[in-house]
Design a protein around this ligand. Structure first.
Ligand SMILES: [Zn+2]
Length: 60
């Protein structure tokens, strides 16, 4: 079985993990109903995107 020849240093471990942080997803509010929604996505509540209804609303 292949095994690591040397252990990685603490700083090398830290450098690898420098990019492991989680980010909070950004939200924008729907221009039609004001519900928080993901940017560049149709509103989950009313189905509106860029000022017109593009998908069927969740609750008609
Ligand atoms: Zn909406």
């Amino acid at each position: 079985m292949p095994n690591p020849k040397r252990r990685h240093s603490h700083s090398r471990k830290g450098r690898r993990r420098a990019h492991d942080g989680l980010t909070v997803p950004s939200f924008s509010s729907c221009s039609n109903c004001g519900t928080p929604k993901l940017p560049h996505k149709a509103c989950p509540e009313c189905g509106y995107h860029r000022g017109r209804q593009v998908v069927k609303a969740a609750a008609d």
